[in-house]
Design a protein around this ligand. Structure first.
Ligand code: SAM
Length: 281
């Protein structure tokens, strides 16, 4: 039976600190080769390497252990991660719902925790639809949609060159090149060059998507759906985003009817990542 990380560390780090060893961590990759991303509390900083080595013993497919380092920073939403132990090469191929995502989590955003959300969105797409994925990262939404709905067409726009290059690789790894086009650039510049009238437009950038609603709303065809992600306070998660979304539609003489209000994941004790799905008429 696989030992848990705390048992593996007993006798190695002081017993009064064992309770602070994280129970869970993200694992990105495959059964053969994966990277773990762990948050080491400040009290355990000096034990980072021994914790990482213990993690690799209990989970044999993990070949590198990264410490989260900072919160996600900058436009690319990456972290300044630190290699605690293991292989310096942190590029892996992650398998999820029949899709393959190649990524180096130190240079491009990817979260294995969002697979359920990707599944939910891709299950809503119908044949022949045109889907625009803004802030597309290494391509997980677009590829998930294309795999599940082979008759849909997706355009994926991403600013970070590393993420865009992985997206191109992932399109070919998943053999969806006939239905996913990746464009590198700022959505503000790229969107006006596209033919509008998309059936669905996704905005998976919770920190700041609202600043691009003026670009996104015009891309949605009348009756199409906009998926708007936003950071929200726990006690009143939807009001702020809803107000911003409705106003953005009114500003260009359109209307938004919110059809779904979803708490996607908890970011901190007081903040949630939420999604508002809205029909744009
Ligand atoms: C939160 S990540 C989501 C990535 C991807 N959709 C996913 O779910 O894995 C947001 C992404 O938006 C990109 N981004 C930020 N500002 C952008 C902009 N103005 N235009 C295009 N992409 C942008 C970042 O580089 C980052 O990869």
């Amino acid at each position: 039976m696989k030992r848990d990380l705390r048992s593996e560390l007993s006798g190695i780090i002081p017993s009064d600190l064992i309770g602070m060893v994280p129970h869970s961590f993200d694992v990105i990759g495959s059964k053969g080769r994966a990277v773990a991303v762990i948050e080491v509390p400040p009290e355990l900083e000096q034990y980072g390497k021994v914790i990482a080595e213990a993690l690799m013993r209990v989970q044999r497919n993990v070949k590198s252990v990264l410490s989260k380092g900072t919160e996600r920073v900058g436009e690319y939403r990456t972290r300044n991660m630190v290699l605690l132990a293991g292989d310096r090469n942190t590029e892996v191929i992650h398998k999820e719902s029949g899709c393959y995502f190649k990524v180096d989590p130190t240079t491009a955003y990817f979260s294995p925790r969002e697979s359920t959300e990707r599944e939910k969105i891709s299950s809503q797409v119908s044949p022949e639809e045109r889907v625009l994925v803004m802030f597309s990262g290494i391509g997980p939404f677009a590829i998930c949609i294309a795999k599940r709905q082979p008759k849909a067409q997706c355009i994926a726009i991403e600013l970070n060159p590393n993420a865009h290059n992985y997206c191109l690789e992932n399109i070919s790894l998943n053999k969806v090149g006939d239905r996913v086009s990746a464009i590198m650039g700022d959505v503000r510049q790229v969107c006006p060059t596209l033919v509008d009238g998309f059936d669905r437009v996704l905005m998976p950038l919770p920190k700041g998507a609202y600043e691009y609603l003026d670009v996104a709303v015009p891309m949605v065809k009348p009756g199409g759906i906009l998926y708007f992600y936003h950071w929200a306070q726990r006690d009143d998660p939807f009001s702020d985003g809803e107000k911003i979304l409705l106003q953005a539609a009114w500003d260009i003489d359109r209307n938004a009817e919110v059809t779904e209000r979803v708490k996607v994941s908890q970011y901190s004790p007081s903040a949630w990542k939420i999604r508002l799905s809205a029909k744009i008429v």
